[in-house]
Design a protein around this ligand. Structure first.
Ligand SMILES: [Zn+2]
Length: 221
């Protein structure tokens, strides 16, 4: 009997430590049902207030990005409500496999796009601000997959690696990496997004052009 009791205790301990980890999410006040029922597809929403099962590594709110500068006032992930609904659907599928989406970038004000273009004017990797990026529309996200311990799956390159190795067509990578990229891509495409050839992490909502480019600054409330 004793080992069983010890076992049970250890299970309880594990559960408790997970609860402590997750409590950090609960500091965020979620949207009320009333607020959600008033959202239109084009409403910009703070994703963590709608769903607490994503995780975040918002690179442009740190100096760890190709601009070498923190260009955001807030590290919240904002997207249009339609984008959010599709992301939640995709994440539901990933969670069944023990993974979830982690974000590197979401909505990006047009002024930041201009700054990026000035530093890196290569349209394979940075959208020309004259046309605007789907990030400026609140319909594009830069993502990876992490496991339940927040460990990222191997994807072959770091986020914002501007080179062939980050392209979907690049095959000279370990099998595990190719499978991880394929999983990410297939589930995102199934749930209303499309990929670009040059970045494994970037996904656009289908028909993003229906939404205008925006330039409001994000501020954490
Ligand atoms: Zn992107």
């Amino acid at each position: 009997m004793l080992p069983e009791i010890v076992n049970k205790d250890s299970v309880v301990e594990v559960r408790e430590s997970k609860a402590v980890e997750k409590s950090s999410f609960k500091k965020t006040v979620g949207y009320t049902n009333q607020e959600i029922s008033n959202f239109k597809n084009d409403t910009f929403i703070v994703l963590k207030k709608l769903d607490t099962t994503f995780s975040y590594n918002m690179k442009y709110a740190t100096k760890d990005n190709f601009l070498k500068e923190n260009v955001y006032d807030c590290d919240d992930c904002l997207v249009r409500y339609e984008t959010a609904k599709q992301l939640i659907k995709a994440n539901t599928e990933f969670k069944k496999l023990g993974y979830h989406i982690q974000f590197f970038d979401c909505y990006r004000p047009l002024d930041i796009q201009k700054k990026m273009w000035k530093i890196f004017p290569d349209k394979r990797y940075v959208a020309n601000p004259i046309k605007g990026s789907n990030h400026n529309r609140g319909t594009a996200v830069d993502i990876t997959l992490v496991n339940s311990l927040e460990k990222p799956l191997a994807m072959g390159t770091k986020f914002d690696f501007f080179g062939r190795k980050a392209h979907h067509a690049y095959q000279n990578l370990p099998k595990e990496v190719l499978e991880n990229r394929k999983l990410l891509k297939s589930v995102m495409i199934k749930n209303g997004f499309w990929a670009i050839t040059s970045e494994w992490w970037h996904y656009n909502l289908n028909q993003s052009h229906r939404y205008p480019v925006s330039n409001f600054k994000t501020t954490c409330e």
